[in-house]
Design a protein around this ligand. Sequence first.
Ligand code: SF4
Length: 546
Amino acid sequence: MGVGCALATNTQGRERPATPLSTLVDPMSRIAHFIGPCDLDARLASIPKEPGSGTIVLVESIDKGNALPFHRQKLVLVLSAMRHFAQTLREAGHDVEIVQAQSYVEGIQRHVTRHGSSGVIALRPRDVGIEASLRKADFGVPLTLLDDGGPGGHFLLTRAEFTSWAKDREHLRMDVFYRWMRRRMDVLMEGGKPVGGKWSYDKDNRKPVKGDVAPSLPRYPPDAVTRGVMSEVSKWSKGWGNIEGFGWPVTREQAMHALAHFVSERLALYGDYQDAMVEGEPFLWHACIAPALNLGLLHPTDLLDAVLEAYRAGAAPLNAVEGFVRQVLGWREFIRGVYHERMPGLREANRFQADVPLPDIFWDPERTEMACVRDAVRSVRDHGYAHHIQRLMVLGNLGLLLGIRPLDLSHWFWAGFVDAHEWVELPNVHGMALAADSTFTTKPYAASGAYIKRMSNHCRGCVYDVKTKTESNSCPFNSLFWDFMVRHREELSRNPRLAMLLRTWDKWSDEQQSAIRDRAAHVRDSLQPAAKDPVFGAWSFHDDAG
Ligand code: SF4
């Protein structure tokens, strides 16, 4: 769906047929252009190209800030990036207002009233709850919501293009989608075939770190604007994580610098070490660019252009470049499409009927002695960030094996990660990490401690023994893994590889099996639910607030 066939609502919030944008926008009129917190890109169709063709409003929504116990660095990142972007637009001559209001709707309404606006234009918000609240609102003037993908959008595909791809497919498979995108966009293709002969080099991207030392991540010291936001956020009663050490890019210039630094310093080994973990090393060779990308400071084409140029120049190998392209052109677009296809049901997805409340170790890493989990949660607490494999194979894996309620873990990821927004974390947590939605995952990413030992150095310094399953100091992942397999035997044995694994279980004696399940029960019982903690238990989560 392009700009010319944007959906619109009337003043009562009912959807009405598409109207060409050209007939809605009089360049001389007082159209209010609403810029959402993730729309910080002057190239978006919702932002006037010339000063004088309407006003611009950004809203700092109090309800959104309080919707979840957001990481303090995330609040700083979003507010600082918004204020810097507003400043950039002002310097370009635009009439820009930042409104602090209870909600986005209230902020837009105040701007419309104050400026006598004749209409409101915005990009469709990423989160369905915010889009619903805008559509329901009556601003007294027409509201036009433009597609957030395709030309003038924030994604490569329009929503209609993804829907058309997904239509009539019983299962949505990322590998199928990815091949379709590579062909469609002619990326890493040669004579209609994938460059190098393979679509994916994932198998080459599973090396543990041996000897190499990751370059340090560029950090951007807070300027006066960011320091002002930090001072405000540090006074908020609700919020989690350390604010000290904030250094995420908050402007497009900083984001482009971070991207260039990644390409020149880390991309070459990004593929090799994509799945590696090293104690005390939160960033390794990862791009760490998603926080800026998801706010609009970068566009996906910025990332693709940069890495493809490096590949053409011989500065990065194919396994690294293909692995990165797969994340941007494949996984990110796929996840965003799945979110809109599967909402609102995705929030309720719970294929394994998981009902364990989130343990307090997710909020306080010092409450666990599991070295791998502690290191990952410390990273989130200190930076609002943990890398891909910590998310999936440590934190997500623990959630899956314990049977944590999907929405509990999803809320934690959403609140705690600087790059997380519902459109991206919900399909990743419910779909990929917890396999709670079977429409787009084949088999769960369940693993015992052996996987973590192979890919990291965590186990060397851990009080638990990664080689045992039943002893009182045995690695919790080991007994939990088998307990999970057995509890969901019927479902999992439909997968041939998992069925084979279950045959191993069947060979063990009754005593061995009972000892493993007893150990798993002990591990589960020893984890305190965060809901019982006086601090964490008092926190509230409002998915659609804002
Ligand atoms: Fe993690 Fe188990 Fe290794 Fe400890 S022994 S670091 S808990 S995998």
